[in-house]
Design a protein around this ligand. Structure first.
Ligand code: KG4
Ligand code: ZN
Length: 331
């Protein structure tokens, strides 16, 4: 079944053609970073206008690159939420109208279930059940995944998402937006042991996270070292990153042990972080737990993951009716 995926939940306009939820024929992602960077974050109204101007070109390009004609599409899958409603509506309205025009079924996909499916698009998909750590700019949670449509949230952040903490710390250090990859690169030049930022494990046996405290510690450090902190930026980045990575790795493996899962995955924008990838593999080594990760390109927002999740919804539940609507918050 050849599915066209469409994703417009935040600041990336994306379209992708995927066969049977696993083989990527094309994946086009048009980023709006240049539009939002001078504001230091995503401006919702600008984001939806950008999607409107880009969606047709991005979908056309995805179909062109796939090497198949639009008449060979079997269905369309589109993100319903969570995300910015004005942005979601652009992809959603386009997808419904296009599916109606082509006379093919469509399905709405939860963005978070999309991220969890990114790991099935690589050469090494995990067997069920497995534990998935989803860490992005809007969400950080741990899921028990029992099937393509069965996901149970075991714990999540009580305040900032992990990616949001990276973005805010980058802003404090004057490094620009989006901050995750900038901090990741800078941290390679720093010493992670130089500044000891706190590890917020909360309840050590629970799966919830809290990242606002680390962010406050970085802010306090900058204030109390105002004369010299600029030269210490790589050490601050490395120390902050290490604290976040330690907690993410600890909680993921804790959940795997608690649920007796031998397989885990990391997905979402933060899963592109090099240190996180290394640390989880290292920590998992002695436990016998196997770590599965999507390629870098599939960690951030993309439409291939939406097409993959949509495939399993379509084969299990059939096409969805035209009365469905978008939603802004996770449900
Ligand atoms: O999944 P994603 O593209 O969008 C959301 O659904 O939120 O995630 C974006 C987030 C941003 O906060 C970004 O700073 C973070 O992922 N990110 C990273 C890295 N690359 C992107 N965080 C840490 N290290 C990275 N290399
Ligand atoms: Zn995302």
């Amino acid at each position: 079944m050849i599915i066209l995926g469409i994703e417009t939940s935040c600041d990336e306009t994306a379209a992708s053609v995927v066969d049977n939820g696993t083989a990527i024929f094309s994946s086009v992602v048009s980023s709006q970073v240049d539009v939002h960077s001078r504001y230091g974050g995503v401006v919702p109204e600008l984001a939806s206008r950008e999607h409107m101007g880009t969606i047709v070109t991005v979908v056309r390009e995805a179909i062109r690159q796939s090497g198949i004609g639009q008449e060979r599409l079997d269905a369309i899958a589109v993100t319903l939420g969570p995300g910015l409603v004005g942005c979601l509506l652009v992809g959603f309205s386009f997808a419904k109208a296009y599916a109606f025009g082509l006379g093919i079924p469509w399905t709405g996909v939860n963005h978070l279930e999309g991220h969890i499916h990114s790991v099935f698009l690589g050469p090494d998909p995990p067997p069920f059940p497995f534990i998935s750590l989803l860490a992005s700019g809007g969400h950080t949670g741990i899921y028990l995944v029992t099937s393509h449509t069965g996901m149970e949230l075991l714990g999540q952040t009580r305040d900032d998402a992990a990616g949001e903490a990276f973005d805010k710390v980058a802003k404090m250090l004057g490094l620009g937006y989006p901050g995750g990859s900038i901090i990741g690169n800078l941290a390679e030049k720093g010493d992670p042991g130089k500044i000891d930022f706190p590890r917020p494990y909360l309840d050590k046996s629970g799966f919830d996270f809290s990242f606002s405290g680390i962010k406050t510690s970085v802010s306090r450090f900058i204030r109390t070292h105002s004369a010299e902190y600029k030269e210490m930026t790589p050490d601050i980045a490395a120390g902050f990153q290490e604290a976040v990575v330690d907690v993410l790795s600890y909680k993921l493996l804790l959940a795997a042990k608690a649920k007796r899962c031998k397989h885990v995955s990391i997905v979402g924008g933060v899963a592109a972080n090099k240190r996180l990838r290394e640390k989880i593999i290292k920590d998992a080594g002695p436990t016998g737990i196997k770590v599965h990760m999507p390629s870098h390109a599939l960690c951030g927002d993309n439409a291939a993951m939406i097409a993959a999740a949509g495939y399993y919804l379509l084969i299990n539940g059939g096409p969805q009716d035209l009365s469905l609507d978008v939603f802004s918050r996770a449900k």
